[in-house]
Design a protein around this ligand. Structure first.
Ligand code: TXA
Ligand code: MG
Length: 364
């Protein structure tokens, strides 16, 4: 299959493909996604195939506005509307109770494989999206092309990040092509993503709101609306035997380049010193560091990539996945990476880096 790159004047072509049950690489403000009609079970299944994604990892739905929530969710708490008011459209996914099906819909689903497997079946969220859970992730993205596309197809778009499972999420159309060329009919080019890490996920179905994945909307921002927010332990540490994260996807080894990564956390000067002292100055060691230290490491033989200034965590978020992918294009055997502190979007950067490092983190 030849993968077409669609430009901003060809959003209608992307919409046609999605309405016909096909897959399109879609730009969002966080990362590129692999989108399909979220109410078409067959289309949703093909997402799992293209990505090589485990079946037990549910997808999130991309919707036009909070006005669509009641079509697909039940028992929506008031806090969901408050968060939507404050942060949507934007990089926030809310886990809510999935709408219970009416007897007519259940009947239609039971009338045989044909009606339940094609998009001629009932227009409800299929189990393929939720992986059989009674909850669903709802996100209202801010990227203008993505919004136009949702408007055109007039249905929720199911989309995981557009990477092949296990690779860093794509933040440019080139990353998207690297993973999906030949596997999907088209990618809509929306330019580089300006958040760079995936959306924040907040679970609103429990007794208290719980942060499942840190992202573009920070914990501090959520706290201004919600007060107390519990943080799933999977955000900051490795799960032990018998433990599992609330977001099924957080259990998978993710974002990992081929070479083992050591994340170095703490005061930036001390971190750079630590790396300098432990680095083998050969082409077998790569460094991902804050801009201020690039010249310090540039003398060695290995690749040195800048994450942006130590003070600019937004830039670090934008550059991280590109840096991890770029290291995969080298033959380094080890990667050292400077890691920001946990405040603001630092929690998301640190979470992705720690996962890339298999939680091999040195505190200096
Ligand atoms: O920024 C984003 O969120 C991007 C763009 C494309 O929108 N999408 C994205 O999707 O990152 P994905 O599938 O790569 O990550 C979604 C995460 C997974 O870890 C999944 O397990 C979790 O959300 N998730 C989905 N539905 C869930 C549910 N009902 N309960 C708990 N976690 C859920
Ligand atoms: Mg993903």
């Amino acid at each position: 299959m030849k993968t077409r790159l669609l430009n901003l004047h060809e959003v209608d072509k992307a919409a046609e493909i999605i309405c016909a049950g096909g897959l399109v690489g879609i730009p969002t403000e966080t990362v590129y996604g692999l989108g399909a009609d979220g109410l078409n079970p067959m289309a949703v299944r093909s997402i799992f195939q293209a990505k090589g994604r485990p079946q037990d990892n549910p997808l999130i739905l991309h919707i036009w506005s909070k006005d669509w929530l009641e079509r697909y969710c039940d028992d929506i708490p008031e806090t969901a509307f408050q968060l939507a008011e404050e942060f949507w459209p934007g990089p926030l996914t809310m886990i809510l109770k999935c709408k219970r099906r009416s007897p007519e819909e259940l009947m239609a689903l039971k009338t045989g494989p044909i009606s339940s497997l094609t998009h001629f079946g009932p227009r409800v969220i299929p189990d393929e999206v939720t992986a059989g859970l009674d909850t669903v992730g709802m996100r209202c993205p801010a990227h203008p092309l993505c919004r136009l596309l949702i408007r055109m197809v007039d249905c929720p778009i199911a989309a995981p990040s557009g990477n092949t499972s296990g690779r860093p999420s794509p933040t440019t159309v080139q990353h998207m092509l690297a993973d999906m060329d030949g596997k999907i009919p088209a990618i809509l080019d929306g330019g580089p993503c300006n958040v760079g890490v995936e959306s924040t996920i907040i679970d609103l179905t429990g007794a208290e709101p719980q942060l499942l994945r840190p992202g573009g909307i920070t914990l501090e921002q959520l706290q201004t609306v919600l007060g107390r927010v519990a943080v799933d332990p999977a955000v900051t540490r490795q799960m032990e035997k018998g433990e599992s994260p609330r977001a099924p996807g957080m259990k998978y080894r993710h974002y990992a380049p081929k070479a083992p990564v050591t994340a170095v956390k703490g005061e930036p000067e001390r971190g750079a010193d630590y790396i300098w002292n432990h680095l083998s100055h050969t082409r077998w060691d790569g460094v991902i560091c804050f801009e201020e230290f690039v010249s310090l490491f540039a003398g060695g033989e290995g690749p040195v990539l800048s994450l942006g200034s130590a003070a600019d965590k937004g830039e670090q978020a934008r550059r991280l996945f590109d840096a991890l992918r770029a290291m995969d294009d080298t033959d380094v055997k080890r990667i050292w990476a400077q890691c920001p502190d946990d405040s603001g979007i630092g929690l998301a950067v640190s979470n992705r880096l720690n996962k890339a490092a298999g939680f091999h983190v040195v505190e200096v």
